[in-house]
Design a protein around this ligand. Sequence first.
Ligand code: ZN
Length: 437
Amino acid sequence: MYADATGVDYLWSEPDEAMHAMVRDLFPLCRSITGPGLRETIHRIGRAIPLVIHEVPSGTPVLDWNVPDEWTIRAARIETLDGRVLIDFASNNLHVVSYSRPVDAIVTRSELAEHIHTLPDQPDLIPYRTGYFANTWGFCLPHCLWETMSDPEYRIIVDSTIAPGSLTYGELLVPGQSQDEVLISVHCCHPSLANDNLSGIAVATQLASNILGENRRLSYRFLFLPATIGAITWLSRNQEVAGRIKAGLVLTCLGDPGDFHYKRSRQDNAEIDRLVVRVMKDRGLSVVELPFAPFGYDERQYGSPGFNMPVGCFMRSPNGGFPEYHTSADNLSLVRSESLAESLSVLSDILKALDANVVYSRLDGRGEPQLGRRGLYRMISGQTSTGGATQEALNWVLNLADGKHSLLDMSERSNLSFSTIASASQIALHAGLIAEV
Ligand code: ZN
């Protein structure tokens, strides 16, 4: 599904291989909330799936904000006065604080210290820092390196531009039979960070690629955008669409080997919140449930009071909850093909269950229908393929198909797996005992 910058085509590869190839391909780009690295990332995603790419001019009012000027970074270095390069953006783009303004100056060590970010507790790692609206410059470096820098003065070079341009985001709507939508939102604004950023991009791209070839009940909208300002920009331009979104997930941190985490939507007990937990339980996978909180990723924009969309956040190790988070250790060695593959598989199940989660009603709800006359005892005793349905599941479906209970309600109430209930509902449907409401 993906051809990388060197033209290597992963179209016929296994999805886990294609996803990891995509992470590797996008890793070197210096992304931010605007600029060439973000734009190139969105365009490369657009080679895998038919994205509509939007460019929103700087200065455009979006809700309470304005689209910022565009940041372009070409070079950044700290040098000794005799020309030795100590820190070079070219070797790792985390070295420069995102949105650093241009500077070419000789500064004292103590002046430089005000613009230096290190991690004393992780002295070998480079931190990731941003200064979007700070109108300053800064460098990030390993603490152990900073401690060796004892010259009285250094030469500082940041070759950047902050000027009117545009904010780039990508959008793909896969229409289903219904106008009701599922939103999948992924932030694309982090530079060379693999798990927080690129793993979500790769999994969402593969999910979209899979759904494109399927006939679905619901419509699926995929957004690839810079965090916060990107989501605010999209919301500002799509206020009528927001009302059609019945469920949504923000995806990130899906490539590490950690346990799954699910941050519930602001609604707290929405269909998506219950369904994620149900599907994980059905698969025998543990998931740590996190309450909604107004920080983290774009679930807080979709879940702002004026929208209150049921959008949760699905991760493996959560943001801030793994030692590599927002450091140079969140690199390609942290992201594993098998972790990406498992995340994709789980998310595919969640979206399939969402799609299948309808409400049925018995055509004649008086008493139990006679199953033997319809051959249904034979079906569920295993003589015919029933997709895992059981007599118990069929009884639950036939009892709770009252026009009020969804399949998820039935699964929760019976403590039978969603797929068992869904299979039983198909048997009842084909036997003419129930109809979709
Ligand atoms: Zn992050």
